[in-house]
Design a protein around this ligand. Structure first.
Ligand SMILES: Cc1cc2nc3c(=O)[nH]c(=O)nc-3n(C[C@H](O)[C@H](O)[C@H](O)COP(=O)(O)OP(=O)(O)OC[C@H]3O[C@@H](n4cnc5c(N)ncnc54)[C@H](O)[C@@H]3O)c2cc1C
Length: 289
């Protein structure tokens, strides 16, 4: 069997923090894999005019986004559009699970950004008892049962299509507008979810108009994943990943940068922390030798 490649650095997230980390690690000749969303980064894209990024007054987020992707490409790096669902720290490396692949790396830089959204009533209560953020991990538990997928982004369509082969019924609730690429077995509902309910586990999902869907599983796909759910055992300070001044987390070999480490949610901080995280990862790798 072919041995799995173990990268020096896996960068999770392809916003300004992740791309800055990748470029800085590439300059130090490290082997890098960047795992990001299909669009890097929706947040930067939405910034209409940026006046506080040194040297580029009035630049739009979209201009910077394109320039950053071009810069990364000049280093021969490419972003693999893959949503990381779980990161497992092993003795000498990390395993990063996406829906279809497993990647391995000696160090990981988390640069997943932050999306401040309220959780649905019932979401925390039934997490692990019918509520899930990962169809690949938990889909098989719902074999032959009805489920709903609530998604902020197009990647949820892949999750719903995957579940269509397992569940008895899949409702897809997109919280974005686009043309959907869905298996005909998936039912699209243009609705807002209001609450998840049940007794010991999920028994249904209530929509804003009062309709109740009889489902036993609810999959929630958001732009940013709560980091402590991505990496078991990760220390947090409130909703931010706890890091020191070298962007080290409590897990050796795991670093974090950008909005995911807390306020201020700003571009220059993200780019700067990306660089520090990369240099710390390089130092960590050099010590392993
Ligand atoms: C409207 C608006 C205006 C703004 N204006 C300014 C401004 O004027 N000045 C300023 O300094 N800042 C501004 N910002 C803030 C700035 O855009 C952010 O601080 C910056 O984008 C943060 O970079 P980041 O890399 O940490 O996170 P993000 O840019 O959010 O990137 C994170 C990336 O990681 C991906 N990701 C998340 N989870 C996973 C996963 N599990 N697997 C794979 N990929 C994942 C996300 O999809 C995303 O692409 C503005 C933001 C907005 C929305």
């Amino acid at each position: 069997m072919e041995e799995k490649k173990v990268h020096d650095v896996a960068v999770v997230g392809c916003g300004p923090a992740g791309l800055s980390a990748a470029i800085n690690a590439a300059i130090r000749k490290k082997d890098i894999v960047i795992l990001g969303s299909e669009f890097c980064s929706p947040k930067l894209h939405r910034a209409p005019r940026i006046d506080n990024y040194l040297g580029l007054p009035g630049v739009s987020g979209e201009e910077l986004r394109q320039a950053a992707l071009k810069h990364v490409a000049q280093f021969g790096l490419e972003v693999r559009p893959a949503r990381v669902e779980t990161i497992i720290p092993l003795d000498d490396r990390f395993q990063l699970l996406t829906r279809t692949e497993v990647y391995e790396a000696k160090t990981v830089i988390l640069a997943t950004g932050v999306v401040e959204v309220a959780t649905l009533p019932g979401e925390e209560e039934f997490l692990g008892r019918g509520v899930s953020y990962c169809a690949t991990c938990d889909g098989p538990l719902f074999s032959g049962q009805p489920v709903a997928v609530i998604s902020d982004l197009g990647e949820g369509e892949e999750e719903a299509n995957y579940l269509a082969g397992i569940a008895s019924q899949v409702y897809y609730i997109p919280l974005y507008s686009a043309s959907y690429k869905l298996n005909p077995k998936v039912t699209v509902l243009q609705a807002r979810p209001r609450a998840i309910h049940g007794l010991t586990g999920v028994e249904g999902l209530v929509l804003a108009d009062g309709t109740k869907l009889d489902v036993t599983g609810v999959f929630i796909i958001r732009e940013a994943t709560n980091p402590d759910r991505l990496v078991p055992g990760l220390d947090m300070r409130g909703t931010a990943i706890a890091v020191d001044r070298e962007q080290r987390t409590n897990i050796p070999g795991l670093f974090a940068a950008g909005d995911c480490t807390g306020r201020p949610y700003q571009l220059a901080k993200a780019v700067g922390e990306g660089q520090v995280a990369a240099l710390s990862a390089v130092r960590y790798l050099d010590q392993l030798r």
